[in-house]
Design a protein around this ligand. Structure first.
Ligand SMILES: [Mg+2]
Length: 386
């Protein structure tokens, strides 16, 4: 039996890295081993830091190797369990514990999750914020780089203050019809509507698309009401990609069991870490739903998701994040060893743990800067979804 590795400390780094804050979490142990996790509640990181402080109180002294048991204690040993803040905190801790366990046993994290199904991880790329004529050109460039799954964004999404759904859906449908014509049949085409439509608007949007144009529609509407998705499901046959905001297996329950989504967008940094993600993956497998993980954060999230993607049979594409190309900065000072795209795929690291290196001293020099998502309004002044 492997001797216990006691947790001695948990540090949170909610810091600006390039163009955004990242909430990186380090779990330290009495064996000199440490692990890194990341938390995905973008825009409300300080709330998650507070939750991690509460958890640290009883995690110090516990055996870092008992990951499943710790998950249960983090979730169940309180009265007000669950929710996006607590689950984002649990996610980061759970990922860090996997990193520690892999390092302790000298195996990559995917080995802890059952082993490797694939030698590389297919990805999808996005055309960026150009929900306009330039988007098709950008998609052509992505094709040339080797991407065969490409996601568009809706026309009108660039605005920081106004979004009028009916002004977006017809031009966006025309853009996608044109994109399919120009890109051909071999490419997988999707769009992320960032839950900005109503059921009626989403149905109208789908009705304006030529048949077969779209391979997935991501988040057409908000997700609080599965019945709304059930209603929309009867109005279109375009596959839905949903779940990046979900914070537990229970939130996925109606979507998986009622066949409401066809691609699962879970986010390992929000759903409850790798422990929870593996359970949802198995459940999705039983319903023939493929995983298409959300991955907009930093290299720790990407590395954790790559190990997850390697270890599940039902996998479609991983969302890519390539800072230099997409965001215009190089983060290799903060993350000297991190996943790097090879063409349109990620190789799977065989190094122990997550296979990343984090420069803690560089992170410690960074500070937090408050950021608000755009507060979008309709033309009449009322509030609408970002
Ligand atoms: Mg999305």
């Amino acid at each position: 039996m492997t001797p216990a590795i006691k947790i001695t400390g948990i540090k949170s780094y909610p810091v600006r890295v390039g163009v955004r804050n990242q909430l990186l979490v380090k779990v330290e142990t009495d064996q000199g081993l440490s692990g890194w996790g990341e938390s995905g509640l973008t825009g409300r990181e300080k709330a998650v830091v507070g939750a991690i402080e509460h958890y640290r109180e009883f995690l110090v002294g516990q055996d870092a190797l008992q990951i499943g048991r710790i998950w249960q204690e983090l979730y169940r040993s309180q009265y007000f369990e669950g929710g996006r803040v607590l689950q984002a905190a649990i996610s980061a801790i759970d990922i860090a514990l996997h990193d520690i366990k892999g390092k302790a046993l000298g195996v990559p994290v995917y080995a802890l999750l059952g082993g490797k199904h694939r030698t590389f991880i297919p990805t999808f790329a996005s055309t960026g914020d150009s929900g306009n004529e330039g988007a098709v050109e950008r998609a052509q460039e992505l094709r040339a780089l080797g991407f065969d799954a490409i996601r568009f964004f809706p026309i009108g999404q660039d605005s920081r203050d106004l979004f009028e759904p009916r002004e977006s859906i017809a031009p966006t449908a025309r853009l996608l019809n044109k994109a399919r014509e120009q890109l051909g049949d071999a490419v997988v085409l999707g769009i992320d509507y960032h839950h900005r439509l109503s059921v009626a608007e989403a149905a109208s949007f789908c009705g304006k698309l030529d048949r077969g144009v779209l391979d997935f529609l991501e988040e057409p509407i908000r997700d609080e009401t599965p019945e709304a998705y059930a209603s929309l499901r009867t109005m279109t046959d375009v596959p839905f990609a949903i779940g990046e905001e979900f914070s537990s297996k229970w939130q996925f329950l109606p979507y998986v069991e009622r066949g409401l989504h066809q691609f699962n967008r879970l986010d390992v940094c929000n759903v409850g870490g790798l422990t929870e993600a593996m359970k949802i993956a198995g459940w999705s497998e039983a319903h023939y739903v493929d995983l298409m993980p959300h991955n907009p954060l930093g290299p720790v999230c990407t590395a954790a998701t790559i190990h997850f993607a390697a270890a599940v049979p039902n996998f479609a594409w991983l969302e890519t994040r390539e800072p230099e190309r997409e965001l215009g900065f190089d983060d290799s000072d903060f993350f000297p060893v991190q996943p790097r795209l090879e063409g349109a795929v990620y190789p799977v690291s065989d190094a122990p743990g997550l296979g990343i290196e984090v420069n803690e001293a560089s992170l410690a020099k960074q500070s937090f800067s408050f950021w608000e998502a755009p507060h979008l309004r309709r033309r009449d002044g009322s509030v609408t979804n970002w």
